[in-house]
Design a protein around this ligand. Structure first.
Ligand SMILES: Nc1ncnc2c1ncn2[C@@H]1O[C@H](COP(=O)(O)OP(=O)(O)O)[C@@H](O)[C@H]1O
Ligand SMILES: N[C@@H](CC(=O)OP(=O)(O)O)C(=O)O
Length: 448
């Protein structure tokens, strides 16, 4: 039995949903269908989730928002008309939006409730459509499926009990269509996962019902060795390990959410990334172990929007607790760090730039000077991280040299290097403006 997740691009309009229908009908083992909210129909289009977020913000700021509500309702209404299904979904959606906007709940709760409407209504429409083409399908709310999460709006984490709850669905008749991206706390409050979180729901469902395969349908034939918007027609990755894929997703392969690997990995369920527009293509398999003799570098991921806080102090290496005290200052400001490379007398803390507001920056700098008596503190903004990934890579002679040569040949300065002891990746910090040149040169070196 399989769990199939269809992303925003696969449910963006009626034409795409009909392809979903054919895929589900084409394989009777596809029993659990997890869906996203309607995504982009073309490159310059909008995602329904983005409109729902905008709506929450506009309302919160007492700004006009009727246009946004109309845009959201129109997209759903167009899909329903073109699928030729009878339903009250649009009327009920309008009522739900009104009731959330008028409720007295805190803004964060309202935000998550609005965000969930994209997935929720997508699932209702798709279950009705599947029924209309002769399948025995039913909508299943995550609460009824027993998916329980922590009370962290916008970044919920799964509770273990969910897996036992989901397991009871294994032997039920028919196909279940489950909205992705949101679930419920123990107290019954709705919360969402982080952006792109329908992949996480799919993985949780696959782990819970102990599926033979978790299929993740998107709009590309496979995961490519590099972001296809940076390199034209890059090589496909046929198999990749969970560990490699987690690093690649974390470092910028937006095709699959990095948090979605863990549930499937722990339950030992293989994942296959497939294309809704070309379902016969084999796709990319994510598996537990690499076959011997496979290429040691599987992919090159990159992401922008980082900054580094560099602290230097003579004899830092002798000062017991320096690193802890430095990271504690970040903790107090509720800022998580991504990497922390260090030398004898210096340490850099790499964080996502959007976490560092002007106010937090001022406080952090003052505390580092006052409490840690640093010799120098500097902030480098607009950094990009490039990650060369492959299991066993770091035990292969010459990979680092090849990578640094490729970056040098692109005339790009390396600001920092971090080699994870996990032996899965090597990270290079460079200026954002250099990212395309560096990635293209690394791709040529390792894949052409
Ligand atoms: N290495 C990569 N391989 C494949 N796709 C990638 C990669 N890096 C980024 N992408 C992008 O991820 C997109 C698919 O992810 P996403 O937009 O989240 O899909 P969905 O709408 O199915 O959830 C692709 O269209 C592609 O542009
Ligand atoms: N719709 C949500 C969740 C999601 O997973 O979407 P997608 O499958 O389009 O990445 C978002 O945009 O974040």
């Amino acid at each position: 039995m399989k769990v199939a997740k269809f992303g925003g691009s696969s449910v963006a309009n009626a034409t795409q949903i009909k392809k979903v229908g054919a895929i589900v009908k084409g394989d009777s083992t596809r029993k659990f269908i997890v869906v996203s909210a309607p995504g982009k129909r073309h490159k310059d289009d909008f995602k329904i989730t983005d409109k729902l977020i905008e709506l929450a913000i506009q309302h919160n700021q007492n700004k006009p928002h009727k246009n946004l509500v109309d845009t959201i309702l129109n997209r759903f209404s167009e899909i329903i008309d073109e699928l030729n299904i009878q339903s009250n979904i649009v009327y009920e959606l309008e009522q739900s939006i009104e009731s959330i906007l008028n409720s007295k709940e805190p803004d964060l709760i309202k935000m998550d409730a609005l965000k969930s409407l994209g997935e929720d209504n997508s699932a209702k429409i798709i279950s009705e459509y599947l029924s209309s083409i002769g399948l025995h399908a039913a909508y299943l709310n995550p609460k009824d499926a027993g998916i329980l999460v922590s009370n962290e709006p916008g970044k919920a984490q799964i509770f273990r009990e969910s897996y036992d709850n989901l397991k009871t669905l294994r032997n039920e008749e028919g196909i279940f269509v489950i909205p992705g991206f949101f679930a419920y706390t123990m107290d019954g409050d709705l919360v969402t996962f982080s952006r792109g979180g329908s992949d996480i729901t799919g993985s949780i469902v696959a782990a819970g019902v102990q599926a033979d395969l978790y299929e993740n349908f998107t709009d590309v034939d496979s995961v490519y060795a590099v972001n296809p918007t940076i390199v034209n027609q890059p090589k496909e990755i046929l198999t990749v390990t969970y560990k490699e894929m987690r690093e690649l997703s974390y470092a910028g392969f937006s095709v699959f959410h990095d948090e979605a690997l863990i549930p499937a990995f722990k339950a030992g369920i293989p994942v296959c990334i497939k294309n809704t527009n070309n379902p016969n293509a084999p796709g990319t398999m994510i598996v537990a172990e690499k076959k011997p003799n496979e290429k040691c570098v599987v992919g090159i991921a990159s992401d922008v929007g980082f900054c580094s806080l560099y602290v230097s102090k003579y004899l830092m290496n002798r000062e017991v607790g320096f690193g802890r005290k430095l990271l504690h200052i970040f903790e107090d400001e509720e800022i998580s760090f991504e990497h922390a490379p260090s030398g004898i007398d210096d340490m850099s803390v790499i964080i996502r730039q959007n976490q560092l507001t002007a106010e937090k920056e001022r406080k952090i700098l003052k505390r580092i000077n006052d409490e840690l008596h640093a010799d120098m503190v500097k902030i480098h903004r607009n950094l990009a991280m490039v990650m060369v990934v492959g299991e066993g890579m770091t035990s292969t002679i010459g990979v680092a040299q090849k990578a640094t040569t490729a970056i040098a040949e692109a005339n790009v300065n390396i600001e920092m290097i971090n080699q994870g002891s996990s032996e899965v990746s090597m990270m290079f910090g460079i200026q954002e403006i250099d990212i395309n040149r560096a990635v293209q040169s690394l791709y040529t070196t390792f894949f052409e």
